[in-house]
Design a protein around this ligand. Structure first.
Ligand SMILES: [Zn+2]
Length: 62
C-alpha cells in the first residue's frame, strides 16, 4: 500500500480515521464534529452530542 504514502499515519482522525489536514485547527481530529464526539467520550457519556460545546463545558469536577 503506497497509494497514500504521503499521508502520515499519525495524521488520522482518531474518531473516523480519515486523513486529517495538518493545518486543521481541530487536530488531531479531522473536523470540529469529531472533536466534539471525542469530548463526549471524555465526559463519561453524560454529554449528548446534539449541541455546540464550549471549552468551559470541560468541568474538572468528577
Ligand atoms: Zn473525523
Amino acid at each position: 500500500m503506497v497509494a497514500q504514502a504521503r499521508n502520515n499515519p499519525e495524521n488520522r482522525c482518531p474518531i473516523c480515521h480519515k486523513p486529517t489536514n495538518p493545518d486543521a485547527a481541530t487536530l488531531p481530529f479531522c473536523s470540529d464534529r469529531c472533536q466534539k464526539i471525542d469530548l463526549g467520550k471524555w465526559l463519561d457519556g453524560k454529554y449528548i452530542i446534539s449541541r455546540p460545546v464550549e471549552e468551559s463545558d470541560q468541568d474538572e469536577g468528577e
